[in-house]
Structures are given as structure tokens and as C-alpha cells.
Design a protein around this ligand. Structure first.
Ligand code: PFF
Length: 451
């Protein structure tokens, strides 16, 4: 990123090019959330109804909240911790604190799943991929236990090491290759999937909601779909505040938002078009795949494709790059928070945090129940709470300035009014309802798991 900015991050320069900002934001947004988390949650939440609710939430909540973060970032020229001081509303810093805590938890298991991707990448080079029951057994072996802990350590070392060595900009540039490659590979796999015997049943499940039960289904999947909308767009943690703090005032925040959300959503939808035909063809019920859905279904596909081991290795390598560029953005928020709060230098803060995050993630590398426990709490509760606080701040405390900010750089004025109305009257009640349902759901999940 530094190189793209043409200077050190802390000097308040703007992005050298529009593409620099878009790449960093897309690099953060596109990650395990699109390719691993989205298909598995869709499978667990009943398929098409979840897809419908998720898409509605991305459009109606995701876009306005992304713009809320962009406005806070560009207006304040600060990271999420300093932003509220800069705007003279220090008490709203609590939103930044919620985001940093969420980041801390998210990165601890994100790194475990990143470790799975490394193991799958290596599998193509060593023993090769296997289909059927072998694929499920391989996932069970990969996901929990010593191997999972070791590769969690490898992933966290990569994140900490790359940030400490300052070669992160190179990796962010890798997004120029990574995103198109992921799209090409996913399109190819989706086309192959469409030829399989389970394809039509899979599309029925994934794309055609049962309209007679849609409303009740929608309510029950609301917290999971909202958590996913936030997670995939990197919202609620202040990542997008940081990135927008480098955006020049001549840019239209609105058109950048459209591009980022469009790419992110397209990749998630494509991932579903890949996973479900393979799951149905292999006779795995979509809800049973759980967090292993993408790994089991793809390993099965790579086992059967010509040159599958090579394609698989390339695919998981791209997934690893996507995961790393997202992980950096999370790490950045957590590190900035600790530097600011405890007055520590960047290098020791980065190393210390990488170690603490590694330790925090160990339970999730031993038992997938903990992974779901961390994941639900951070996404369905903390990210939504962070987004709610930021939206309340912009809609009710800082509205006039926010309106002025969003209209800079060719954003149509009708849109500014429309956006502000949504941020005031629509986003907060929906997020509040979601949060209430999520808290109840989480309590029930804890009860059924531990008592
Ligand atoms: N958006 C990333 C993904 O979809 O994998 C994950 C993520 C990054 C979540 C940054 C939250 C965040 F602040």
C-alpha cells in the first residue's frame, strides 16, 4: 500500500491512483468470506432463502454502511481509533473499540481456516486430492488437531512477518492477479459443475426459494445473513474507514462503492455455483457440509478433473492470497488499536499480537464447535453492533457534515439525501432487530452446545 500511496502510510497522502484504493478495498473484501464462509452458511441456512436475504441486505444495508465508513474515513483522514477524536466526537470511539475486539476474534480463526487452505494447496503437490468419503476424512484430519495448529501458526507468521517486513504492498498488488484468477477458476469450475448429475437439484436448492415459506425463513436467517453481509464487505470493524482515509476529495465514493460491492458479491455467488453441484453430486446434504463444504466438494472435483492436482494447487494458492490480503486489513485495525491505546511501538505490538491471536485461535483449531462459537459472536453480534454505532453517529450526530462529504467528487446530490435518509431511519432499526435476534440465537446456541 505504501508504494501505491507513493509515501509512508502515516503521511496523509491520498491514493496515487483510483485503482490503488479499489484494489486495497477489494483485497480486504474478497477472501475466505466469499469462498469458504458464504457457501457453507448458505448450505446450513437452507439455500435460496438465505441467498435472497443476503442479497437484499448487501444492497439495502451493506452499501449504506460501506458509505458510512468511507465518509468517516475521508472526512477525518484517520484510522478508526483516531477518527472520532478528529471529528470532535471522542465518545463515539467506542465503535472503534468494538471493531478492534471483533478483529481480534475474527483473525484468530480466520488464520486457522487460512491454514486449511495451505494444507489443501500442499495436498495437490504431495498425495493428491481424493473424492468421496476420502475427501471427508481428509477434511476432518486437516481441520482439527496438530496439523491445523501448525498451519494456523504458519498463516499467522505470514501475516505478522509480511506486515513487519513491509512487503505488504507487493501482496496488495497481487490482488490485480489474484482477483481475476479467482474469477476465471471459479467460472471454469462452475461450468464443469453444471455438467454433473447433481447440478439441477443443486440449482433448485441454491437459486429458487420456496415462496410459500420465504417470509418465515427470512426472519430465521436474518442474523446469519446480516453477519455475512458485514463480514464479506469488511464492515463494522473500521477497515474501510482506514482505506477511505487516503481517498482524495475528487473521487466519487458512490461509484467506488458500486464496483467494490459488485465484485465481492459476484465472487460469492460464483462460489455457491461451484460448491452446490459438487455437494449434490457427491451425495452430501448441503447442510451437512458445514465449514468443510468448499474443501470437501472441491477436493472431490479436483480428484476427478484432468490435471486436477495442479488446478487444485493453483486454486488454493489463490485462496491463500485472497485470505492474506483480507487478514492484513484485520491485523492493521487490531495493531493500530493497541499502539494507540497502550502506547507501544509498531514492531513489538505486531509480534505480541500475532502471538496472542495465535493462542486465542488454538481452541478453534481443535474443535469446530469453538470456531462456530467465535464466528457467530464476532460477526452476528460485534460487527453488527459496530455498524449500528457508526450509522447512528453519521445519521444523527454528524449528518450535515456527512452529507457535504458524500457529495464531493461528482456524487449525485439526490443520492446523498437518499443515503442519509436510509442511514437515519432504515439501517438502525433493521440492525437493532438483527442484533436482538442474534443475541437470542447465540444464547440458544450456547445452551444447546454446553448445557
Ligand atoms: N471480508 C473478508 C472476507 O470476506 O474474507 C473478511 C474480513 C476482512 C472481515 C476485514 C472483516 C474485516 F474487517
Amino acid at each position: 500500500m505504501r508504494e501505491l500511496l507513493g509515501t509512508h502510510m502515516d503521511a496523509r497522502e491520498t491514493w496515487a491512483t483510483r485503482i490503488g484504493f479499489i484494489l486495497a478495498a477489494v483485497g480486504s473484501a474478497v477472501g475466505l468470506g466469499n469462498i469458504w464462509r458464504f457457501p457453507f452458511l448458505t448450505g446450513e441456512s437452507g439455500g435460496a432463502a438465505f441467498l435472497v436475504v443476503y442479497l437484499c441486505l448487501v444492497l439495502l444495508i451493506g452499501i449504506p454502511v460501506l458509505l458510512v465508513e468511507f465518509v468517516i474515513g475521508r472526512r477525518s483522514n484517520r484510522n478508526p481509533i483516531g477518527a472520532f477524536d478528529e471529528l470532535n466526537h471522542s465518545q463515539w470511539k467506542i465503535a472503534g473499540v468494538v471493531g478492534a475486539v471483533a478483529g481480534f476474534i475474527i483473525l484468530s480463526y480466520y488464520s486457522v481456516v487460512g491454514g486449511w487452505a495451505i494444507q489443501y494447496m500442499l495436498a495437490g503437490l504431495t498425495d493428491g486430492y481424493v473424492a468421496g468419503e476420502g475427501a471427508e476424512a481428509f477434511f476432518a484430519e486437516t481441520a482439527s488437531g496438530t496439523g491445523a495448529i501448525v498451519f494456523h501458526a504458519v498463516f499467522m507468521t505470514l501475516v505478522g512477518g509480511i506486515v513487519a517486513l513491509g512487503v505488504r504492498n507487493g501482496l496488495e498488488k497481487a490482488a490485480t492477479v489474484m482477483v481475476p484468477s479467482v474469477v476465471v477458476l471459479l467460472v471454469g469450475l462452475a461450468l464443469y459443475g453444471s455438467t454433473l448429475s447433481g447440478a439441477s437439484e443443486a440449482y433448485q436448492y441454491y437459486l429458487y426459494p420456496d415462496t410459500s415459506t420465504l417470509l418465515s425463513d427470512a426472519i430465521s436467517v436474518l442474523p446469519a445473513a446480516a453477519g455475512q453481509a458485514f463480514f464479506t464487505l469488511s464492515l463494522g470493524m473500521g477497515v474501510m474507514i482506514t482505506y477511505a482515509s487516503y481517498v482524495g476529495e475528487d473521487r466519487s465514493l458512490l461509484s467506488d462503492t458500486g464496483l467494490i460491492v459488485g465484485i465481492d458479491t459476484a465472487i460469492a455467488i460464483l462460489a455457491g455455483l461451484v460448491v452446490f453441484p459438487f455437494l449434490f453430486t457427491q451425495g452430501i446434504a448441503p447442510g451437512d457440509g458445514g465449514p468443510g463444504s468448499i474443501f470437501v466438494s472441491l477436493a472431490g472435483a479436483f480428484a476427478e478433473l484432468p490435471a486436477g492436482n495442479l488446478i487444485g494447487t493453483v486454486f488454493f494458492f489463490m485462496l491463500l492470497l485472497a485470505a492474506l490480503s483480507s487478514a492484513f486489513s484485520i491485523f492493521e485495525v487490531v495493531v493500530s488499536f493497541v499502539i494507540d491505546r497502550f502506547d507501544i511501538e509498531r514492531a513489538p505490538a505486531s509480534v505480541g499480537l500475532a502471538v496472542i491471536i495465535f493462542i486465542l485461535g488454538i481452541p478453534t483449531a481443535l474443535d469446530l464447535t469453538y470456531l462456530e462459537l467465535y464466528d457467530m459472536f464476532a460477526n452476528e453480534i460485534l460487527l453488527i453492533l459496530g455498524g449500528l454505532l457508526m450509522s447512528l453517529f453519521i445519521g444523527w450526530v454528524y449528518a450535515d457534515n456527512a452529507l457535504e462529504e458524500i457529495q464531493k467528487g461528482r456524487s449525485a446530490s439526490w443520492f446523498g439525501d437518499f443515503w442519509l435518509t436510509a442511514v437515519r431511519y432504515f439501517v438502525p432499526p433493521v440492525l437493532l432487530i438483527t442484533l436482538a435476534l442474534a443475541v437470542v440465537g447465540y444464547y440458544e446456541f450456547l445452551q444447546s452446545t454446553f448445557f
